[in-house]
Design a protein. Structure first.
Length: 327
């Protein structure tokens, strides 16, 4: 009997230690990566105003270059990160599975194909060099633009260039065009006088949805916390979209990236930040760019067709709209 009592006590202590460990783990802040894109820089409003504390969720935001943020997520250093729906599939194909649980916006002109003077259309790119970060969102935009005019990737020569270096590479004359998003796309236009945007994401609204994705383990174990994060986000959206508070939002956001509010305003305009109701509509299953499901399937088809990865990632298996739809 003494043995069993001792054993029960040991098990009880072990269970208590496990529970304490679990509680300690659960109390750790959610680690969230974000980067220089208006739909993610907007988080700065909530950070500055301490809205996460008001909602009762502990978060820690970490600032990265875009691709570096995905690398950190893939390495298990982040619970969640901002990325496009297409890039979420690319990352998943390499083994870094993720859950697309929230949509922040879609690119509405900020992503651009910028060409040197004398190149005035996508067709003019035939046989030319294009600087691009191969395998990521800019690659998809270029492929879509080429396909629309009856061309393919084989009609151009791709030069792999980190997105934040595209303005310098275009200005140097090493390439004939680059593909990038704001602020790099705008910097490219400034760096080379006479350069023009010959295609933009405004030509295909919904091709590039910007998402927040979580690791499956964090999403499953802390879904209540993620629901609080989502609630804070839509508070941010209302603040950014309201004409009365948008000037303050611009001031906060522009300060984060070292620009004036006046310089940042066009970047925000090129980003369609979705309201809660618009997000719910985008999360409805459907074909085409109006649905995240349809847009992600188009991205998946492109990625397989152009050997970004070999096998379909079954986009539906990545998407969980349950938090957004419950609000």
């Amino acid at each position: 009997m003494k043995y069993f009592k001792k054993r029960i006590k040991q098990l009880s202590l072990a269970m208590s230690a496990t529970l304490l460990s679990f509680v300690s783990h659960a109390a750790e802040p959610l680690l969230i990566g974000y980067s220089d894109w208006p739909g993610w820089v907007a988080w700065e409003v909530a950070i500055e105003k301490d809205w996460f504390k008001e909602e009762g969720v502990d978060v820690q935001f970490e600032w990265f270059d875009y691709v570096a943020s995905m690398d950190a997520f893939a390495a298990g250093k982040l619970d969640a990160v901002g990325m496009t729906n297409g890039d979420a599939l690319v990352l998943g194909s390499s083994g870094a599975k993720n859950v697309m649980f929230m949509v922040t916006d879609y690119s509405n002109g900020n992503d651009m194909v910028v060409a040197r003077p004398g190149i005035n259309s996508i067709k003019d790119l035939k046989g030319k060099k294009v600087g691009i970060e191969i395998g990521f969102v800019s690659h998809l935009l270029l492929l879509d633009a080429l396909e629309k005019v009856g061309m393919s990737e084989s009609d151009v020569e791709l030069i792999n260039v980190p997105t934040n270096e595209t303005p310098q590479v275009l200005a140097s004359g090493d390439v004939d065009a680059i593909v990038a998003w704001q602020p790099s796309s705008g910097q490219a236009l400034t760096a080379l006088p006479g350069s023009t945007a010959i295609a933009t994401s405004k030509d295909a609204p919904g091709l590039i949805y910007d998402m927040f994705v979580a690791s499956p383990s964090s999403y499953a174990s802390r879904k209540d916390d993620w629901e609080k994060v989502v609630k804070v986000w839509y508070r941010v959206v209302d603040f950014v979209n309201d004409p009365k508070t948008q000037p303050e939002a611009l001031s906060i956001m522009s300060a984060r990236v070292g620009l004036s509010p006046e310089a940042y305003a066009p970047l925000l305009k090129g980003t369609k930040i979705l309201t809660l109701e618009e997000s719910k509509a985008a999360f409805k299953k459907g074909e085409g760019f109006s649905s995240i499901y349809g847009s992600s399937q188009i991205a998946d088809d492109f990625n397989v067709k152009y050997d970004v990865y070999k096998e379909s990632q079954s986009p539906e298996s990545y998407i969980d709209p349950s938090i957004v739809l419950s609000l």
